[in-house]
Design a protein around this ligand. Structure first.
Ligand code: NAD
Ligand code: ZN
Ligand code: ZN
Length: 343
């Protein structure tokens, strides 16, 4: 077993990651060591590296929470995972298992949780440590490259779409057709919704149309609020993954009376709401953060059954700074996935 590995390490906020050689970590009790074959690059990794959020990660930190790979070593007390298993390593690294949230199906809200690539080192590395109880088992039909983005992007929008609480046939907006959004369009279709895709980039909207959106709106050239009110009398729900506070206010304006807006995107900042409008039209707004292990198992299963297509762009660990730079204006739709060759 090799003792050194390549990893991309954040050492200062708003600075390039250092792609460097570090020791391979050893699994403690209850942990597994995963040889990473692929790791998606989520916009959250960019927020992490930029220190965008009020609660910042401690540095140095290896980002990456969409890892997929093979278990190569297991620590003491590990029973549910064996060497050779194909697993995914999601954002939720661990939770306490005992608090009210953990006991009521909301482990993602556990106060004592640790997060992969934020509180503990993540998948922008040749190997990553994971808690055996929190890894996902990959369906046999899925290769590592296409499975990786489902660990965060797929899981998050599967859960987010369920939180929209719409009925089959309802109109649902997906705002922001990036890594999350292109999967959200497909999960929404699989749940029986009619989808409107909103973005500010035509290439993203073309992809959304190919993946099943019935209607697309470029928010740069058309005001999506007046357009959707005119065309559809508003929509029943929206999932906002856009990295822009303006998109959140717009989503509220797109609602029919009684509609639900689910917030997935986490751009730093605030947005304004009109109290009268929310009350008189009885709009629901709710945040949604990734998903539980049970959600992840279902999201993976549904991806297989509904033939959900992860649109990926392979890149290498050495390209990670370029990938993060481009993410602000990434012209190619889908998810960039770091691919790790044979070692
Ligand atoms: P991404 O960069 O792949 O995609 C963002 C998309 O938003 C792009 O297609 C961009 O063109 C579009 N966009 C930008 N401004 C817009 C506007 N005004 N209107 C409509 N679309 C607009 O990012 P991603 O990886 O999909 O992540 C999206 C956001 O979701 C990030 O803030 C990320 O941190 C967050 N996120 C949240 C969770 C969660 O659990 N809540 C999980 C993962 C990611
Ligand atoms: Zn993510
Ligand atoms: Zn807990």
């Amino acid at each position: 077993m090799t003792t050194k590995m390549q990893a991309a390490v954040a050492t200062r906020f708003r600075s390039p990651l250092a792609v460097t050689t570090v020791p391979v970590p050893a699994p403690g009790p209850g942990q597994v060591l995963v040889r990473v074959h692929a790791c998606g690059v989520c916009h959250t990794d960019l927020h992490t590296v930029n220190g965008d959020w009020p609660v910042k990660p401690s540095l140095p930190r290896v980002p990456g929470h969409e890892a997929a790979g093979e278990v190569v070593e297991v620590g003491d007390l590990v029973r549910e995972v064996a060497v050779g298993d194909r697993v995914g390593v999601p954002w939720l690294h661990s939770a306490c298992g005992r608090c009210e949230q953990c006991l009521t199906g909301w482990e993602t809200l556990c106060d004592k949780q640790t997060r992969t690539g934020y509180d503990v080192d993540g998948g922008f590395a040749e190997y990553v440590l994971a808690d055996a109880a929190y890894v996902a088992h990959l369906p046999a039909a899925m290769d590592y490259l296409h499975a990786a983005p489902l660990m965060c992007a797929g899981l998050t929008v599967y859960k987010g779409m369920r939180m929209v609480d719409a009925a089959p046939g309802d109109w649902v907006v997906v705002s922001g057709i990036g890594g999350l959004g292109h999967l959200a369009v497909q999960y929404a279709r699989a749940m029986g919704y009619q989808v409107v895709a909103v973005d500010i980039d035509d290439s993203k909207l073309d992809l959304a149309a190919r993946l099943g959106a019935s209607m697309t709106v470029n928010a740069k050239t058309t005001d999506p609020v007046s357009y959707l009110q005119r065309q559809l009398g508003g929509v029943h729900g929206a999932l906002v993954t856009a990295v822009s506070p303006a998109a959140f206010s717009q989503a509220v304006g797109m609602m029919r009376p009684g509609g639900t807006v689910v917030l997935n995107g986490v751009p730093p900042g605030d947005f304004a709401l009109n109290i009268y409008d929310i009350v008189m039209r009885a709009i629901t707004m709710r945040g949604s953060i990734v998903g539980t292990r049970a959600d992840l198992a279902r999201a993976l299963e549904l991806a297989v059954q509904a033939r959900i297509e992860t649109v990926i762009h392979p890149a290498h660990l050495e390209d990670v700074n370029e990938v993060l730079d481009k993410m602000q204006k990434w012209p190619i739709p889908g998810r960039t996935v770091l691919e790790f060759g044979p070692r």
